[in-house]
Design a protein around this ligand. Sequence first.
Ligand code: ADP
Ligand code: MG
Length: 728
Amino acid sequence: MGCSNLRHEAIKHIATTTYQLNRVDFKTVHLKELFGVNVFSEEVQRARLPKPIFKALQKTIKRGQPLDPTIADAVANAMKDWAMEKGATHFTHQFQPMTGLTAEKHDSFLSPTGTGSAIADFSGKELIKGEPDASSFPSGGIRATFEARGYTAWDPSSPAYIVENPNGATLVIPTAFLSWTGEALDKKTPLLRSIEALSSQALRILHLFGNHDATKVFSTMGPEQEYFLIDKQFFYARPDLLNCGRTLFGAKPPKGQELEDQYFGSIPERVLACMAEGEYEMTKLGVPARTRHNEVAPSQYELAPLFEDSNLATDHQMLTMEILRNTADKYGLACLMHEKPFSGINGSGKHNNWSMATDAGENLLTPGDTPHDNAQFLVFCCTVIRAVNKYAELLRVTVASAANDHRLGANEAPPAIVSIFLGDQLTDVIEQIENGGPKSSKDAGIFETGVSILPKLPKDAGDRNRTSPFAFTGNKFEFRMVGSSQSIAGPNTVLNLIVAESLDYVASKLEAAVKAGIDLNKAIQELLPQIIKENKRIIFNGDNYTEEWHKEAEKRGLANLKNTVDTLPIITRKDTIDLCTKYKVYTERELHSRFHIFSEGYVKTINIEGQLMVYMGGRMIFPASLRYQAEVAAAVNATKAAGVDNAPQLELLKTLTAAIADFQKALANLEKALSHHTEADAYEHAKYMRDMVLPIMAETRNLGDKLETLVADDHWPLPTYREMLFIK
Ligand code: ADP
Ligand code: MG
């Protein structure tokens, strides 16, 4: 007696739907002409602004010089005319509050004149500053609701753009979001501060090497986005995916990723069509999408853009996630950005490729061809090694979340222990430096001592290590711990900051030496071995998944912070406060506020998941199990009445009844654990969720999944892993 349920309907619907796939015609719209058409780009600015105003604006954008407020009106006016020609009716200050998402409130360009007509208006004041009612965004105690004012401040270094909608368009202005006391309420403000800190310290090193042409150094970022695409029908039939982004139940499917037949495989037609339209939208917004491919898990994919300066890359990354989600919808797909949508199957990360470059375009982590570049590269490279070793724990905090906890430390993603992979050749060079530089070579006879004659470094690191959390990949570092749903602002803010501190340290030493009359090369030759000696424990080129490494790491004194709750106290530790305030990246109050926000976020996430488990268990799994139990019980009686052996039916009934009883008990436990109110602060509550709620959730899941393997398939209400991952 199969009864109709959402799951069956979903499968039927998918099997019988033809999707409209041809939505973009690249024969008539050429990518090249499409790039940035909806961006208020340098080209548009040049064409539309009076020359002196264009020049002043460019100085702000390129050199970070303060904006001359008198030019704001002219810029705003040009922006408005351009936007309205493109169909915009509204403008919005977009910001990145501590929710980890973007926020926007739209204002119309229209101003009534009071005489029955209206004019289109957008002033410099409106461009520069907005005042959204900010009371409903997380502030971690920085702002009480009675002082709800928050300001959005235009970030001229990230260009305004137009977002199209079937009915009209909106001019979007990237902004920073601050409290009226000037404290950051967002993720962009600290990132911008960290870029400045990095720039001023890196320039000191460049000056030592005689480079006085560079006026700015910025970090470059290329984030590789992993995500899943599954049919929307399944998504709607799974309350857990809809509300939590991950499955809270789901038995292991007979086929998972073990055949390794998915990675780099041919992309399914519907998915490829969806990717292409997403990239089309990204292209219009000047987001440089570059590569796309199938990832390791079934229905998992990846998109990587070309790298950009980290502020722009961060804004573009937020846009990318939004575009992926919206486009998927048009193709009857749901884009899952969660770090671990399916347990037992690979999760998703966001490899954060990071380097430093001058405004002249020189990548400071390129080994280079000449000995001089080589020495400069080694100095920059060693500062990064020192930074990551010294502040490994702080770096770990930036990727901590309830969602990423399912990924880090499991046997797939990088482990929770931060270490650096340098590759054989670079490691060899580093070892040579540590031992005082290479003194001899078989072929070339005697080398002079000195850093500047170290062997030429390979442009390409050659070998790869997929298990390392922080890997040197030829001309950049790849920070692989970042979660797929996370904003990259936090990790990059801290990377910029800790490297700035390291550059400061190195620059101070070298400047002092040079001032004392010591040759720069000699000073470097003395300093680098010491830095390497002090920090080499962070370097590990082996397999990061092994038990031996975990033991070895412990011996080396490297932290293994296994979950979010373990990491959070680092945010308000004295060394963090000293570091952040010294380089003016976070104030002490901002750090305390973030500690509070992250603690609360953790509690809320687990609480929602727990509540949803209770709901799904009680309203979907339990009823289905009871219906099946009644069927089995009827079969027990029917076989008995028929006078045949009913031992198998009875056996099944007993197994089922026991499983149902266990599940019911677990659900009751979970409900009780969730209703327990901790009066203590958010962090204590987070600890409680980790220690008391998560284990019960794990137990409940196991028991629910057991029922999935017992209950008749036609009764089971939830789309299964097998279906969600393989029906395309
Ligand atoms: P892989 O998956 O092999 O690591 P991908 O091509 O998927 O390589 O991604 C590499 C990413 O690194 C791209 O986004 C690329 O633009 C970025 N990248 C390359 N050079 C730099 C650099 N100097 N700074 C930051 N990111 C970079
Ligand atoms: Mg990749």
